[in-house]
Design a protein around this ligand. Structure first.
Ligand code: KG4
Ligand code: ZN
Length: 345
C-alpha cells in the first residue's frame, strides 16, 4: 500500500510516500519525501505567525506534491491512501493539509485518514533500521509538547507525565530569544553551549522529585535573572556560552532523570525519544550514559525524521489504514487533542 503523508500542523510543509511493499532491512518503506521549512519566513518575528504559516502552506502544497511524484517516479493514480495531520497544531495550518489531502483522496477515489501529530512523532523511531519493539516508554519533546508515554502497541498509549506549562522546545526557544539568538532557538542554544561550562551557574530543576510531570516556565525567569545579574559582562562570549550550557544542562538533566523514573515505574527497558528536541546531542549523550546504568536502551528516529515531516504521518496513517480505519468525507481538525484518546489498532 502506497500512502501519501501530509504534515502542515506548524511551520513545516512535509510530504512523503510510504510503501508497505518496499520495506527492507535498511529502508522501512519510505520511498521519497520533500520538506519545506518556513523558518526564514517567521525568523524576523522570533516565532511562528499562524496566519503567515497557513498562507505559505497553501502556496507550497501543490508544487511540493508534484516534486514528490517526480522524485518517486510515480503518478497520482498509483497512490492507495492519504494520511494528513488532523491535530494537534495551529488550526489554520492544519486545515490546509487536511483539505488538500481529503479533496485529493476524494478525487482519486481512495481512503483518507487524519493522523495525530504526536503519534506520528511517537512512531517515527519505528522507521529506523533497527526498530524497537513494543512495549516502550516514549519521551516526546517538541516545540509544543513534553510528554512521557507508556506505549504498549499502536494506539495503546498511557500518559505517564507531561509539562504543566511550557514545552521543552519552547523553553529552548525562549532562552535563545533572551540570549539574542535567532529562531528556532534549540539548535542555536545547543551550538552556543558547546563552548560553555554546564556547571558555571546553578539553574532550578522544577518538579524534579515530584512525579513524572514537568514544569519549565520557571526556567525562563531563571535565565532572565542570570542575564540581568551578569549585565555589563552580558556581551562577553564566555559568559553567554556558560549561561547557554548551564541552561541546557538543567533542561537535559530534568528530562533524563524523569525518563529513568518513568522506565522504572512502567517496568520497561526501552526508551524511545522523538520530536525536535531529540536532536539535542547533550540529551543523547546523557541518556546513553544513564540508561546504560540501568540496563535499558534508547532508540531515536533517523535524524531527518526527528523534526516535523510527512514521512511520520504517512507511516502512522498506514498503521491505522491497514487495520481498516479511515475517516469519512468530513474534515475536522483538532488544535488540542490528547494522545491517549486515540483508538487502539
Ligand atoms: O518537533 P518539532 O520539529 O516541531 C514541533 O512539533 O514543535 O520541534 C521543534 C522544537 C523547537 O522548539 C526547536 O527549538 C527544538 O525542537 N529543537 C531543539 C534542537 N533542535 C530542534 N532543541 C534543543 N536542541 C536541539 N538540537
Ligand atoms: Zn512536531
Amino acid at each position: 500500500m502506497k500512502v501519501l503523508g501530509l504534515e502542515t500542523s506548524c511551520d513545516e510543509t512535509g510530504l512523503a510516500i510510504f510503501d508497505s511493499e518496499q520495506i527492507t532491512s535498511d529502508n522501512q518503506g519510505l520511498i521519497g519525501q520533500v520538506l519545506y521549512s518556513q523558518i526564514e519566513l517567521h525568523a524576523t518575528y522570533g516565532g511562528v505567525v499562524p496566519e503567515l504559516a497557513s498562507r505559505d502552506h497553501i502556496r507550497k502544497l501543490v508544487p511540493l506534491f508534484n516534486e514528490l511524484l517526480e522524485q518517486c517516479q510515480i503518478s497520482k493514480s498509483e497512490i492507495d491512501a492519504i494520511a494528513y495531520t488532523k491535530g494537534p497544531g495551529l488550526i489554520g495550518a492544519l486545515m490546509t493539509g487536511a483539505l488538500f489531502g481529503r479533496s485529493l483522496a476524494y478525487g482519486l477515489g481512495i481512503p483518507a485518514i487524519g493522523v495525530h501529530h504526536m503519534e506520528g512523532h511517537l512512531l517515527a523511531p519505528l522507521m529506523s533500521a533497527n526498530p524497537p519493539a513494543f512495549p516502550f516508554v516514549s519521551l516526546l519533546v517538541s516545540g509544543g509538547h513534553t510528554l512521557l508515554v507508556a506505549a504498549r502497541g499502536v494506539g495503546q498509549y498511557e500518559i505517564l507525565g507531561e509539562s504543566i506549562d511550557d514545552a521543552a522546545g519552547e523553553c529552548f526557544d525562549k532562552a535563545a530569544k533572551m540570549l539574542n539568538l535567532p529562531y528556532p532557538g534549540g539548535p542555536n542554544v545547543a551550538k552556543l553551549a558547546e563552548t560553555g561550562n554546564p556547571n558555571a551557574y546553578e539553574l532550578p530543576r522544577p518538579m524534579l522529585h515530584k512525579g513524572l510531570d514537568f514544569s519549565f516556565s520557571g526556567m525562563k525567569t531563571a535565565v532572565h535573572n542570570l542575564i540581568k545579574d551578569t549585565e555589563g559582562s552580558g556581551d562577553d562570549p564566555k559568559i553567554r556560552a556558560d549561561i547557554a550550557a548551564s541552561f541546557q544542562y538543567a533542561v537535559v538533566d530534568t528530562l533524563v532523570k524523569k525518563c529513568v523514573k518513568a522506565l522504572k515505574q512502567a517496568q520497561m527497558k526501552r526508551l524511545v525519544i522523538a520530536g525536535g528536541v531529540s536532536a539535542n546531542s547533550q540529551l543523547r549523550q546523557q541518556l546513553a550514559d544513564e540508561l546504560d546504568k540501568i540496563n535499558a536502551t534508547v532508540h531515536y528516529a533517523p535524524p531527518a525524521l526527528c523534526t516535523d515531516n510527512g514521512a511520520m504521518i504517512a507511516f502512522a496513517g498506514y498503521q491505522r489504514l491497514q487495520a481498516g480505519q479511515c475517516d469519512d468525507l468530513a474534515v475536522s481538525c483538532v488544535p488540542r487533542w490528547n494522545i491517549d484518546e486515540l483508538p487502539a489498532v
